[in-house]
Ligand binder design. Structure first.
Ligand code: ADP
Length: 494
């Protein structure tokens, strides 16, 4: 990473953003705009269109028309592949510019943003581009006087509601498979991090995606997101975000056309450290990185540290040391380990959780407060709270901030019991050199992904999806494709 290039990009003014509908940039129908604040300094960065329900309906109508006339689904797979490949190349060619814009918008440290945002988005789009001409239908094992064919068809119009922590990465998780299959998509980026994703959509058009196949509408979740959820013309709704919004989306679906809804929600992921971990120093550093990178604003963040009692104090001290060594600050400096919290509201919420944890008997061993307030930005010191009981708020509720709760355990069964004591089930991790114990933990901890002797970083070849109230369905890997197809049977008498 070249600091001079990053500084040059950050000095550029950011133009006002508008919706992308039918291949054109259009303002909100009532002319409304929203100020976009940068978490780096709390200053207004630019404005986006503040969409209305009518804007969302126009975007959905455009996507529907694009699907019905088969301007995309009707193209040969090789042609669709070419467009998506070119799109991935364009994302890569503009990676630094996209990453810097995204960081100015959402505050993620640039090192992580560059890899996780344009880097992973390009990889994801390419993965599904490569897959799209390898997806076959099936012939059923019927009696010989019948032919049973199972076709895999695109569902039609997909609505995708995206959060602010990794807009391009998560956007690509939905866009890649949805578009590869031939669907049209309407995107609703988050109000606090839409800019890089909107730019990424422009690049899709530049790559040759026909107008109308991908539309994007900015604005408030409760206005444009709700209009999408209640639409009679969205066939599948995919979402990453909070449990509260996920619940609402299911209600919207029930109240409208019973669209399929796939949710990737929060987590309270247990990171379990046994005394027989192969390398406790490494485990401590990984445990710190596993919660504090991107200020804890990572859905799979290892936010609960479960430590075997015999090593508890030493291990917590090592994690605290690793946390204190992570430099918090300006996310556009290449040596920053932890950037800004996305918004003031989120920061206040994080601090509230720390207060509650203390009132419930937890002890703050490092961090605990807001820092660098003179910058005008939103920064929080990585925070570790020990003595967190299984029924404490810090065990039960997702913070989505740089706050790690520590609980000690004495036996394998107790570790599993504490790990499974929440409504969530997104991710988890275990450190041990006992092979059987590792496999038992993978089997018994109720999550969508378990890490062994590492944490985070599972690549695009494996699915990510939650169980329990962490959601349903999977992003990533070939399994994600299921969400964007309908199976159709042709039953033919011979
Ligand atoms: P977070 O708390 O992480 O911001 P949210 O669930 O509030 O999570 O936001 C994730 C996405 O959901 C954002 O794009 C937001 O605009 C959208 N959203 C929020 N409320 C609603 C709603 N009522 N209907 C549809 N989308 C919503």
């Amino acid at each position: 990473m070249d600091q001079t290039k990053i500084d040059a990009l950050r000095a550029q003014p950011v133009p006002a953003f508008s919706h992308l509908i039918e291949g054109k940039h259009v303002p909100a129908s009532d002319g409304g705009t929203m100020d976009i604040l940068s978490p780096i300094d709390g200053q207004v960065l630019t404005t986006t269109a503040k969409g209305t329900a009518a804007d969302m309906e126009a975007a959905i109508a455009s996507a529907r028309a694009a699907f019905e006339d088969r301007r995309w689904a009707g193209q040969p797979p090789a042609a669709r592949k070419k467009v998506l490949m070119k799109w991935a190349d364009l994302i890569e060619a503009n990676a630094l510019e996209l990453a810097v814009l995204g960081v100015r918008d959402n505050g993620t440290e640039i090192g992580m943003a560059l890899k996780a945002e344009p880097g992973s988005a390009a990889g994801t789009i390419r993965y599904y581009a490569e897959a799209l001409d390898k997806i076959y239908g099936e012939i059923a094992p019927t009696p010989s006087n019948f032919l049973g064919m199972i076709h895999k068809e695109p569902v039609g119009v997909v609505g995708a509601i995206i959060p602010w922590n990794f807009p391009m990465m998560i956007g690509a998780w939905k866009l890649g498979p949805a578009l590869a299959i031939g669907n049209s998509v309407v995107l609703k980026p988050s109000e606090t991090a839409s800019l890089s994703l909107m730019k990424m959509c422009d690049l899709a058009l530049e790559a040759g995606l026909p107008p109308g196949v991908l539309n994007a509408v900015t604005g408030e979740g409760k206005v444009v997101g709700e209009a999408m959820g209640l639409s009679m013309d969205i066939d599948v709704l995919v979402f990453t975000g909070s449990g509260g919004t996920g619940r609402r989306l299911m209600e919207y679906a029930a109240r409208s056309n019973m669209k399929r809804v796939y949710l990737e929600l929060g987590g309270k992921s247990p990171h379990i450290i046994f005394a027989d971990a192969p390398n406790l120093d490494e485990a401590a550093k990984v445990a710190a990185g596993g919660i504090f990178r991107n200020s804890g604003q990572v859905c799979v963040a290892g936010s609960r540290l479960l430590v075997e009692a015999s090593i508890h104090d030493d291990f917590v001290a090592a994690v605290a040391k690793a946390a204190e060594a992570m430099r918090v600050g300006d996310p556009l400096k290449v040596d920053t380990a932890i950037g800004a919290v996305n918004s003031e509201v989120q920061l206040e919420q994080n601090l509230g959780f720390v207060e509650t944890a203390q009132s419930e008997g937890g002890q703050v061993v490092t961090g605990g407060g807001r820092i660098l307030q003179d910058t005008g930005g939103y920064y929080m010191a990585p925070t570790i709270v020990t003595g967190v009981t299984p029924d404490a708020t810090l065990t039960q509720k997702e913070v989505f901030g740089p706050v790690l709760g520590v609980t000690s355990f004495s036996t394998d069964d107790e570790a599993v019991q504490i790990a499974n004591a929440t409504v969530y089930g997104l991710a988890g991790g275990v450190w041990t050199s006992n092979l059987s114990r590792a496999h038992r933990m993978v089997r018994d901890v109720r999550t969508g992904v378990m890490h062994v002797n590492t944490y985070g970083g599972a690549d695009g070849t494996v699915p990510l999806g939650g169980v329990g109230q962490s959601g349903n369905g999977s992003d990533k890997s070939l399994h994600a494709i299921q969400k964007y197809i309908n199976l159709k049977t042709a039953w033919i008498k011979l």
